[in-house]
Design a protein around this ligand. Structure first.
Ligand code: GDP
Ligand code: IMO
Ligand code: MG
Length: 421
């Protein structure tokens, strides 16, 4: 069997957690391929809301295996908190989750380095979640990192100390207050928790599962515009959030990938710094933020809000080879009379319809088409037949522009508020 991929097409928080949870009954395995606890994936069902950071969003379905792939970076402190919460809810995490021996560990000093780096950047800071993501991936590519598989080795403690010594040497040049001994207490508690999990060679596990006819869904974190290569660099995360990340982050060959489900909001948001051409830094943005509860699932920060951006979406669809789309949070626009769609940019005085190399606020201006909105409560709709005409028109228009079918429309945070088209 082939592998399907689900990933974000904007700057993250598109609703990946919700849709992975909804689609999980169609799969045997859900596998996270990159990112770490900078992610916050929200699921809602039976009146309860859950936010997952490291654990794949299929964890609430008994009998489905959840794999944390080699491309993921893991903070033992946060993973332990996540596991403990799930255990309390009666989820048998150890039976349902497998973790790659090749996944890298986020050390307490990686988080300190993240903070030091942001402080040093001053007004040019990335707006990182400060979860240690950048420094951990730097140590991975710099060939210094520690991996899950190292934990069980007798050399773990000495390798840990050697890496920490390197970090402390760098931190000496920054004026940062910290108590490492205190930070290490929950870290080593988390390490003990990880020892009880099943660590595997996930590339073998997944390829064997494929051979045995199992269905796999790869779950992305962040979004395409935060990809380290194709996003709005340097205001990006430190991993490949795009389809290619599935191959490197899980050991799945490109020719094994079948459907790529690209997910986007009916409008657009971004958290942290960096360009956002269709941002509404005004009352309209504030209205979307309040209606859409656009506050970070990981940091609680206000998300910046604006209109849907077609040149950016087309770019994301191209890079990822998206075969179908899920449109999220249509209900957030329920009370609007009309909505705007950015169709082109005015860039350095010229009208363009593609995503340019670098976007500086002074150089780019969105060009909008205004469409009539539905002005109806969508949250109770459960099938396409009940859609107001304006919503159907919006979906049809986007499908035509994006040259890709929209197969899911989401009209609320709950599992049941999902319409298959
Ligand atoms: P993720 O990181 O892509 O998994 O997305 P987040 O969980 O960070 O953010 C999406 C937010 O929108 C969460 O609070 C979800 O519960 C919520 N959400 C998802 N789909 C919908 C929807 O269709 N309508 C509304 N109103 N909220 C939604
Ligand atoms: P999910 O998976 C939204 C953003 C941060 C910052 C930049 C770099 O929930 O969609 P990092 O911590 O990686 O160094 O931050 O990326 N960012 C996200 N924004 N959703 C996320 O994940 C994000 N993960 C990182 O705000 O601008
Ligand atoms: Mg999120």
């Amino acid at each position: 069997m082939a592998v399907d991929v689900l990933l974000g097409l904007q700057w993250g928080d598109e609703g990946k957690g919700k849709i992975v949870d909804v689609l999980t009954p169609n799969y045997d395995i859900i596998a996270r391929f990159q990112g770490g606890p900078n992610a916050g994936h929200t699921l809602e069902f039976e009146g309860i809301k859950h936010v997952l950071h490291t654990i794949p969003s299929g964890i609430f379905h008994k009998g489905v295996k959840n794999v944390v792939g080699n491309g993921v970076v893991i903070d033992p402190v946060i993973l332990k908190v996540e596991i403990d919460k799930l255990l309390k809810m009666g989820v048998d995490v150890n039976a349902q989750m497998l973790i790659s021996k090749k996944a890298h560990l986020i050390l307490p000093t990686h988080k300190l380095l993240d903070k030091a780096s942001e402080i040093a950047k001053g007004k040019n800071k990335i707006g990182s979640t400060l979860k240690g993501i950048g420094p951990t991936y730097m140590d991975k590519t710099g060939r210094n990192g520690l991996r899950i598989g190292d934990i069980l080795e007798p050399t773990f403690k000495s390798k840990y100390e050697a890496l920490v010594a390197k970090h402390l040497n760098i931190l000496k040049h920054h004026n940062l207050d910290y108590d490492l001994a205190e930070l290490e207490i929950p870290f080593f508690e988390g390490i003990e928790t990880i020892k009880e999990l099943t660590a595997i060679d996930s590339e073998h596990y997944l390829n064997n599962a494929m051979k045995a006819g199992k269905k796999i869904l790869a779950e992305g974190a962040q979004g395409t515009l935060l990809d380290v290569d194709f996003g709005t660099y340097p205001f990006v995360t430190s991993s490949n959030t795009t389809t290619a990340g599935t191959s490197t982050g899980l050991g799945i060959a490109p020719n094994k990938i079948k459907n790529v489900i690209g997910i986007f909001k009916a409008y657009c948001t971004r958290v942290g710094s960096g360009p956002f051409p269709s941002e509404e830094d005004n009352q309209t943005g504030e209205r979307i933020r309040q209606l859409g509860h656009e506050f970070g699932a990981t940091t609680g920060r206000e998300r910046r809000c604006g209109w849907i951006d077609l040149p950016a979406l087309k770019y994301a669809i191209m890079i990822n080879g998206v075969t179908e789309l899920s449109m999220m949070k249509a209900d957030v626009l329920d009370t609007f009379e009309s909505i705007k769609v950015c169709t082109h940019y005015k860039y350095k005085g010229e009208v363009i319809d593609y995503f340019p190399y670098s976007i500086n606020e002074n150089e780019i201006e969105p060009i909008y088409k205004e469409v009539k909105a539905w002005n109806t409560d969508l949250t109770k709709l459960r099938n396409k037949a009940a859609f107001p005409k304006e919503l159907l028109d919006y979906v049809t228009y986007l499908e035509k522009e994006l040259e890709t079918p929209i197969t899911i429309v989401s009209v609320g945070p709950d599992r049941t508020q999902t319409i298959e088209m």
